[in-house]
Ligand binder design. Sequence first.
Ligand code: COA
Length: 174
Amino acid sequence: MAGAAGGTQVILRPMTLADLPKVEALDRESFLTPWPQNAFCYELTDNSHSICWVAELTTPGYEPILVGSVVIWLVVDEAHLATLAVSGAYRRHGVARRLLAQTLSVAYESGARQALLEVRESNQAARNLYYQFGFEQVGTRRAYYSDTHEDAILMTLPELDPDRLSVLLSREEN
Ligand SMILES: CC(C)(COP(=O)(O)OP(=O)(O)OC[C@H]1O[C@@H](n2cnc3c(N)ncnc32)[C@H](O)[C@@H]1OP(=O)(O)O)[C@@H](O)C(=O)NCCC(=O)NCCS
């Protein structure tokens, strides 16, 4: 999408309160069980350990379109991926890869040295994305998801490498 005709590009920036309606709509579109009402607002206003960013598709002369969002919790030296979503029509263009690389870099600058996440066993798209970052499967949380009772795969990235994140961030979009 970057460099496409008409100057269209995807930019990454910290989430703001004004983004919340679109972030919540994206969350509802993307997950069987969306976050509770006010959860994103709490992350922005009350959780100082939360790193919240969005991806926007911008075209000169048009309203930007919010196409992705991510929340990472910084717990001492660990970055915990809380949620990540990209709008259906804008998937497979590297938006999630860039959002995750950017926010893990921010987490690194704030002291994170490792990362952790849970992902539904059936979510092969997300698991492939995490493998690109070097996440490894280290365990299973049985029936972790209350909606479908699906297992969660626990994945960790034992050493956050800022150089690798920078390569993933700047990789050409599809
Ligand atoms: C998972 C998700 C965030 C990926 O977003 P995306 O912007 O389409 O991902 P990217 O384009 O950055 O893809 C990066 C890599 O992820 C993997 N990937 C992404 N979508 C994939 C798919 N549909 N099938 C297989 N692999 C996929 C690929 O390895 C891809 O690298 P490649 O393009 O070099 O092949 C998106 O599908 C989504 O929002 N899903 C619903 C919400 C969700 O499951 N979030 C994760 C919760 S743990």
